[in-house]
Design a binder for this molecule. Structure first.
Ligand code: FAD
Length: 508
């Protein structure tokens, strides 16, 4: 064994979007002088320029980098996100939340949902909307409030933020840690004729950048993992048929909501994301059922505030690279695959890919076959679990009864054959109110419960453990939780006031 300074590895990152700069920052921070990092990006090509909603683990990523939350929020014009409100997904008038954090309180080994199901009595006629009165995040969202005390009772939150500003911030951060940045367009990729490994990137001016390990963060171009190494693609568009999105910023609204809105439409859904200085909007849609121009017109007609630009069209294919680490190349971000942004998981997949790589980082010169297999196994599992959670929203819809949606995306999704893993999860919940979280699964039981109840699944039974309490005891237990939850929320300031004080934000 001979690891030391002389064993410094040359790490080359292609791409300077959020994936590239998040990778550069974390790898430089965690691996220090054992790697020399060069990042190549092309200002001429630019970045995808969308991606504004996140999920709570991003707080951990920033903390691991030593980034102060106030700085992050001020620099990226961020607001807090307590969850996602789904409008019109069950039927056109239904509305529910996927709120982050706990729902009620488990009673010893009895999960809260079973206590709630028992209280609801006749499980076939559950008024699901009552469920969210036990979530501090949902109650704070409904009241547009937010608060942090720095204690254990803080609301679990994520952010709405400008991912472009985040990438710029991380660029400076990474360069301070010694990451070398090159602005140029890669025109050729050199590989070793024997091993097939990548040896160097060549820029259009002829500059060659050699490396031991290459990280493909080239976005939808997938220049290394796909165009050079042909890692293969597993297409999931039969489960997730949306393939396009219009994106447009609009003026800041009067009130900053601490949650993302996801509003179902004729053959797709609209996002609304409040940032400090503007609102991010988009319409994700299936071009098979919705004409591009009609989808654009629907987006513009449904903005709450004035559009600040012309809408931009993005086309995508949902699925994942069969191997996310292939030869000496690891793909992160859009280069590694794409799941539509319904649950704001793309930047999270970047984050978890980076952390996985940090843990499984190979020593110089190592063939690393087992590390590569393990990385690919974990990546596949994570992608599939998130895929199932996103499909869940589509397959449980009850739209499509009116004429304009007849034969639409919604009907197809309601009737399609599901991945077995998802079919099992739904069947288990329908039968018993039970959700079993697989090891390391990103979305917790409570997330699955909210989407299933919110979209009309009524479990046939609850756990007999919930029958231990008399109905008086149960009523008192649930009432106490509601009182504590609503009491805590009523003490919180309005979300926009909190941000202003937290970031010393200038008033508009
Ligand atoms: C419609 C839509 C909505 C989304 N919403 C969300 C969301 O709400 N939340 C979320 O987490 N994610 C969201 N995402 C995903 C998110 O935008 C991306 O995951 C994230 O921005 C990472 O992008 P990236 O860095 O992989 O790619 P990009 O931002 O496209 O960066 C690619 C980089 O590669 C460089 N490059 C490419 N080719 C070359 C070349 N030949 N030479 C040199 N450089 C090159 C480019 O210059 C650029 O720097 C959304 C995506 C889409 C399409």
């Amino acid at each position: 064994m001979q690891q030391g300074v002389d064993m410094q590895q040359q790490l080359v990152i292609l791409g300077g979007g959020s994936a590239g700069w998040m990778a550069a920052a974390m790898l430089a921070k965690t691996l220090g002088h054992s790697v020399a990092i060069t990042l190549v990006e092309s200002e001429e090509i630019g970045t995808v320029g969308v991606g504004e909603a996140s999920i709570p683990p991003l707080t951990l990523f920033n903390r691991a980098l030593g980034i102060d939350e106030r700085d992050f929020m001020a620099v990226t014009a961020a607001t807090f996100k307590l969850g996602i409100q789904f409008e019109g997904w069950g039927n056109p008038n239904a509305c529910y939340m996927h709120a982050f954090g706990a729902m009620g309180r488990d009673l010893a080994l009895t999960p809260f949902v079973h206590l709630w199901l028992k209280q609801s009595g006749n499980t076939r006629a559950v008024d699901a909307s009552d469920f969210w009165r036990y979530s501090a995040n949902a109650c704070a969202s409904a009241a547009n409030r937010f608060g942090l005390t720095g204690g254990q009772g803080d609301l679990p939150h994520a952010y709405h933020f400008d991912a472009g500003l985040y990438a710029n911030y991380l660029r400076e951060f990474s360069q301070r840690l010694g990451v070398k940045r090159i602005n140029g367009r890669v025109s050729q990729v050199h590989t070793d004729s024997t091993s097939g490994d990548i040896t160097a990137l060549e820029l259009s001016d002829g500059t060659r950048i050699a490396g031991d390990l290459f990280i493909d963060c080239s976005g939808f171009a997938s220049l290394l993992i796909d165009k050079t190494l042909n890692a293969g693609f597993e297409d999931w568009s039969h489960w997730l048929p949306c393939d396009s999105a219009w994106a447009v910023p609009s003026a800041r609204g009067d009130m900053l909501r601490p949650y993302t809105r996801s509003i179902a439409h004729q053959a797709g859904w609209q996002w609304q994301i409040p940032l400090q200085h503007r609102t991010g909007n988009g319409m994700v849609f299936a071009s098979r059922w919705w004409d591009e121009q009609d989808a654009k017109a629907a987006l513009l007609a449904n903005l709450d505030t004035q559009a600040l630009d012309d809408p931009r069209l993005l086309k995508f294919k949902v699925g994942r690279r069969r191997k996310q680490w292939h030869h000496n190349c690891v793909a992160l971000g859009l280069a590694s695959g794409f799941l539509e942004p319904l649950e704001s998981t793309s930047i999270h997949l970047v984050q978890s890919g980076i952390m996985r790589l940090v843990k499984l980082f190979p020593a110089k010169g190592l063939a690393a076959d087992a590390l590569r297999d393990e990385y690919n196994r974990q990546s596949q599992q994570e992608f599939e679990q998130i895929r199932d959670f996103i499909i869940l929203h589509y397959c449980l819809n009850s739209r499509g009864s009116n004429q304009s949606e007849a034969g639409s995306l919604w009907r197809l999704c309601r009737n399609m054959a599901l991945p077995t893993s998802l079919e099992h999860k739904i069947a288990l919940f329908k039968e018993s109110g039970m959700v079993v979280r697989q090891q390391d699964e990103l979305f917790a039981e409570v997330a699955w419960q909210q989407v299933m109840l919110g979209q009309g699944v009524s479990p046939q039974s609850w756990s007999p453990m919930a029958d231990k309490l008399t109905s008086e005891q149960l009523t008192e237990y649930l009432q106490n939780i509601q009182t504590i939850t609503s009491g805590a929320v009523s003490k919180m300031p309005p979300h926009d006031q909190f941000i202003q004080a937290y970031c010393q934000m200038e008033t508009a």
